[in-house]
Design a protein. Structure first.
Ligand code: KG4
Ligand code: ZN
Length: 337
């Protein structure tokens, strides 16, 4: 199979892209929905409607940019989960209908597998299996042992909030916009990260699980005691605590598995302080996706779909699994809907 179209609609980004064997990503479009900012979080109904509005035009445009017609495609990959049920259904129904019209297979992709394999997009030959992956996004904070495509073992997960969620909640406390990760990071760049003491959750306990809700509570109480002039120092201290916690767990995961390579992916992997801290703690061992592929996009879905091209289906079944553990990667169409 040569060319795979990827469609991502799991949350508030509409992404479409085309991956071609030998050439990599040849066209890539992402639309980030703006309406949610006013609500301080993603509104599922608005997200679904926006995907419906945007997808048809973006599909035409991505084919134009790739200089292709639809019949040149060999398969259509889509995010089947995890994510918002209604938003996933828009992408899944579109992909399955499009594939059926073309007589080509539709390929259900796990969103986190898309993130996890995205550092390979920088050059398939530069990163070898096995590796440990830190997946840090708005909904997930996971450490995964990756032995090959589809061979994933969960090493650690968050017991409560995800790292990105902690950034988003801190942003809200500091009166910043949504999504808040990059805004907290920008404010933190002007702050003193030593001024306030923040807890480093779970680092003194054995194991590779995470917990960020205590940090969130600590931040909320601190913000109640200080004024806006101190917010940059709060942001810097918070960011440092999250970063140090993630670094400690990554180092522990490498030690435990004895693997030599660490991949980080997901929206929070765009964080510069995290990249710098990992680079200095684990020199030469850390791999990232290119910055524009850290947050949600269609390229990672087209790419993961290409790797899973043997699993495409032509039976017209729309497979959506809003909750889908990464270590249970059998086809979602046989499970819950
Ligand atoms: O992977 P992603 O685009 O969507 C999900 O699958 O959740 O991740 C979005 C998350 C948000 O929580 C956002 O605040 C966070 O990634 N994020 C960042 C940065 N850029 C995005 N967090 C910290 N620093 C950043 N520079
Ligand atoms: Zn994501």
């Amino acid at each position: 199979m040569q060319s795979v179209l990827g469609i991502e609609t799991s949350c508030d980004e509409t992404g479409v892209a085309i991956y071609r064997s030998g050439a990599g990503i040849i066209a890539d479009l992402v639309y980030t929905q703006a309406d949610h900012a006013a609500y301080g979080g993603v509104v599922p109904e608005l997200a679904s409607r926006d995907h419906v509005r945007k997808l048809p035009g973006m599909l035409r445009e991505v084919l134009d940019r790739a200089n292709m017609v639809a019949s040149d495609l060999d398969g259509v990959a889509y995010t089947a989960g995890p994510g918002l049920a209604g938003a996933l259904l828009v992408g899944a129904a579109t992909a399955v209908a499009f594939a059926a019209a073309l007589g080509k297979p539709a390929i259900a992709v796990h969103h986190m597998e898309g993130h996890l394999l995205s550092p390979l997009l920088d050059g398939e030959d530069q990163l070898d299996f096995p590796f440990v992956a830190l997946l840090v996004s708005g909904g997930h904070t996971m450490l995964v042992e990756v032995l090959g495509v589809g061979e994933y073992r969960l090493l650690g997960d968050t017991l409560d909030d995800a790292a990105g969620e902690a950034f988003d909640k801190t942003a809200r406390l500091l009166g910043l916009g949504f999504p808040g990760g990059s805004e907290v990071a920008a404010l933190a760049a002007h702050g003193n990260d030593q001024r306030y003491d923040f807890p480093r959750p779970m680092v003194n306990r054995p194991g590779l699980d995470f917990s960020f809700s205590g940090l969130k509570t600590h931040t909320r109480l601190l913000v109640g005691k200080v004024g806006p002039a101190d917010y940059a120092d709060v942001a810097a201290g918070f960011e440092r605590a999250v970063v140090e916690t993630l670094v400690i767990k990554c180092r522990r995961a490498l030690k435990q598995t004895r693997h030599k390579r660490l991949v980080i992916a997901g929206g929070v992997s765009a964080n510069r302080r995290l990249r710098q801290a990992l680079d200095s703690a684990l020199p030469g061992q850390v791999y990232y996706p290119p910055l524009h592929l850290c947050t949600d996009n269609g390229a990672m879905i087209a790419h993961a779909g290409w790797h899973r091209r043997g699993e495409g289906r032509t039976d017209g079944r729309i497979a959506v699994k809003p909750r889908w553990p990464l270590d249970q990667l059998r086809s979602p169409s046989s499970g819950e809907r």
